[in-house]
Write a protein that binds this ligand. Structure first.
Ligand code: 13P
Length: 251
């Protein structure tokens, strides 16, 4: 059975003072019924990992370079994230695909680098509103899935996050039927691409997950958790989402 995962993406938010939110979260969930992950900006990873110590709340990065070292000013290698205390890294987020022109092939190369450093890659994909309106959603996410997964992807080192671009930070979410349709298609795609691993790979939903809608989203088949942006910044909100995930039916 897949253990559920509540992952928080702090994006470009967070200073040292905000580590108190991570501490509050860990105190609220000393023995959680799901995996919990916080992905702060790179500048906070080592401090957050040190602050959390042996707490079950894990720490992740938000991007890594595809190579392990070199003349890449401003970039961070996967091994550096691991060295700082990260166990996971978000890759191919739509904001990076849009802001930095990241292609599926680059995301796959980054995911391979993450694997090499012992990190679990959370590979993000999702359609734009124009693509959904054009009826292209399943084709788009199918292409992204196939192109963004490296050889050697396993249930242990890979998580997929379905994040419709139009639902991120907008307060809008797909219907439960729409989420179910995409997650079923992703599970089927995984079964074709990685037959031995597909049943174990966790599929997260992301995009305007809030305490108020979390339980309904977590009841959707094949939703194994969430990748949460804005509502992960405050422990009280993220904690309510985690509580909904802990009591959700098995996906
Ligand atoms: P919001 O939860 O703020 O919509 O962000 C979702 C997201 O992009 C998580 O990676």
């Amino acid at each position: 059975m897949r253990r559920k995962l509540a992952a928080g993406n702090w994006k470009m938010h967070g200073l040292g003072a905000d580590l108190a939110e991570a501490t509050a979260l860990s105190l609220a969930h000393p023995a959680p019924g799901c995996d919990i992950l916080l992905c702060p900006p790179a500048t906070l990873i080592s401090r957050m990992a040190a602050t959390l110590g042996q707490s079950p709340v894990a720490v992740g990065g938000q991007d890594c370079h595809a190579t392990d070292k070199g003349a890449h000013t401003g970039d961070v290698a996967a091994a550096m994230l691991a060295d700082a205390g990260a166990t996971h890294v978000i890759l191919g987020h739509s904001e990076r695909r849009a802001d930095h022109g990241e292609s599926d092939a680059q995301v796959a190369a980054k995911a391979a680098a993450a694997q090499g450093a012992g990190l679990t890659a959370i590979v993000c994909l999702g359609e734009t509103e124009a693509q959904r309106d054009a009826g292209e959603t399943l084709a788009v996410v199918g292409r992204q899935l196939e192109g963004s997964l490296p050889a050697g992807a396993t249930a242990a080192n890979t998580v997929i996050a379905y994040e419709p671009v139009w639902a991120i930070g907008t307060g809008r979410t797909p219907t439960e039927e729409q989420i179910a349709e995409v997650h079923a298609a992703l599970r089927a795609g995984l079964a074709r691409l990685l037959p031995a691993e597909a049943a174990g790979i966790r599929l997260l939903y992301g995009g305007s997950v809030k305490p108020a809608n979390a339980a309904a989203i977590f009841a959707v088949p094949d939703v194994d958790g969430a990748l949460v942006g804005g509502a992960s910044l405050k422990a009280v909100d993220f904690s309510a989402i985690i509580a909904a995930l802990e009591t959700a039916p098995p996906a």
